[in-house]
Design a binder for this molecule. Structure first.
Ligand code: ATP
Ligand code: MG
Length: 429
């Protein structure tokens, strides 16, 4: 094991130490480095109070002064978070309320898991690891710092964090930690929607194989408490031989790359159907745009057969939407490939999906009108034909689009006007 901090971290620590303030790196970067993984954010913790930190450095940003966190802008242009040693004083089960401390040990004791409570000194290169987090990493164990029930009671979010870290590092959750967290899964509903959502999105965004964390959500009862739609689906009996729908969906999620949480979320929700997926997404309080996109992905029908007429592809592209169709094709392919690799025979042939995807791209590249907004006639055009604005407008434009999707060369204003007049005459009879 050899940890190497970026030069800027060494520089920050040296300046603080020269002013007499003990300073350590701690948390994710130390843990990741010891686990042999690329280190993410280098968080530092120090005996200096925020006002001291701001005195020592010229360029600082008050990122979380209440929590004792000051952002220090290093010469490499990166901002590093430097946080004053803290100790937990009280909690309301949602947020820990903290006060400053003078000793690194107090600061480490307030942290959630032993693997997250390891300090490393970037100047002396000494580890300070009073809870044997390094040993737990080597043994493959996730364990709370201190008494598990108490630590979860302080902040129930730690239950979800346990799944995330155990999943990401392939750790087993220690028995006492597991039984304490299994007892409190119904308390998870008291957490804010944002914290619940962000935990799930972090699993989907950063874990190479989210199925492990998702399996822990399920086994502990957290899935039933927070995502009953998913848990109901999980409990459904498999229709035939082979994996259950839940296992298949988890395997598909694993097959998709990190860095695209919403695509993976779409994969997980796809087999649930529109209604339960919509309920779940609204409860997560994603942005309207994110909900809309993800729901269109969930609701998207399968690609037409590779040999189907171009009009079928235009209809499909139009229905799924310009922005979502590539993601939808990608999910369909991931499902087909995963079914194949799990030995399920009933599924679509991955080669056929690839073929259909190519056709869809060719058809799209020809630039056909695919949405009402692409029509050579709009609402104003309808008004100039003497029609009164109202819900009928939408119906007319929808019908025109359908007609144009059949044959894009029909998208000319004279032809569309003619068509509208014919429709009106027809409907008046
Ligand atoms: P990631 O790679 O996901 O960022 P991380 O360990 O850096 O992992 P953060 O959420 O960034 O996780 O938190 C940084 C550190 O702060 C953690 O390593 C842990 O020591 C402590 N911490 C964060 N959240 C909590 C919490 N809810 N309870 C106790 N300690 C926490
Ligand atoms: Mg972090």
């Amino acid at each position: 094991m050899h940890l190497t901090a970026p030069p800027a971290v060494v520089w920050i620590a040296r300046k603080l130490e020269e002013h007499g303030f003990e300073t350590w790196t701690v948390g994710g970067a130390v843990r990741d480095g010891l686990a042999g993984r690329p280190s993410g954010d280098w968080d530092m913790t120090t005996r200096a109070r925020p006002k001291d930190i701001r005195r020592v450095f010229k360029r600082t940003v008050p990122v979380g002064i209440d929590h004792g966190t000051v952002g220090v802008l290093a010469r490499d242009g990166t901002m590093y978070e430097v946080t004053t040693f803290r100790r937990d004083v009280e909690t309301d089960g949602r947020h820990a309320v903290v006060s400053f401390a003078d000793r690194i040990d107090d600061d480490l004791a307030r942290r959630d898991f032993t693997v997250n409570a390891i300090a490393w000194h970037p100047l002396t290169e000494r580890l300070h690891d009073p809870f044997d987090g390094r040993g737990d990493l080597e043994r493959g164990l996730l364990r709370t710092v201190g008494e598990p029930a108490e630590r979860f009671r302080e902040d129930y979010l730690r239950v979800l964090r346990a799944f995330r870290f155990a999943g990401r590092f392939g750790l087993d959750i220690d028995e006492a930690t597991w039984s304490a967290l299994s007892e409190v899964t119904d308390r998870l509903r008291g957490l804010s929607a944002e914290r619940i959502r962000d935990e799930l999105l972090k699993v989907l965004d950063t874990d190479a194989s989210p199925s492990r964390a998702l399996g822990l959500y399920a086994a502990s009862g957290a899935l039933a408490a927070l995502y009953p739609e998913l848990d109901d689906f999980r409990e459904r009996e498999p229709v035939g031989p082979g994996p259950s729908g839940w296992d298949l969906a988890c395997a598909v999620v694993d097959s998709l790359p990190v860095g695209n949480a919403l695509l993976r979320l779409g994969a997980l929700l796809k087999p649930l159907g529109d209604e339960p997926a919509a309920q779940l997404l609204f409860r997560l309080r994603l942005s309207n745009a994110q909900v809309d996109r993800t729901l269109r992905l969930v609701a998207a029908p399968a690609l037409p057969d590779p040999g189907a007429p171009d009009a079928a592809f235009r209809r499909w592209l139009s229905g799924v939407g310009r922005d979502v169709w590539p993601a939808s094709a990608r999910l369909e392919l991931a499902y087909a490939r995963t079914r194949r690799s799990l030995g399920v025979d009933d599924g679509a042939d991955p080669d056929a999906v690839v073929g259909a995807w190519r056709t869809a791209r060719r058809v799209r590249d020809a630039g056909p009108p695919l949405a009402v907004g692409d029509l050579a006639l709009d609402g104003r055009g309808l008004i100039s034909l003497g029609l009164r604005p109202g819900p009928r407008f939408g119906e007319i434009l929808g019908e025109l689009l359908d007609w144009v999707l059949e044959d894009p060369s029909r998208n000319q204003s004279e032809l569309l006007v003619e068509r509208v007049l014919a429709m009106e005459a027809r409907d008046r009879v």
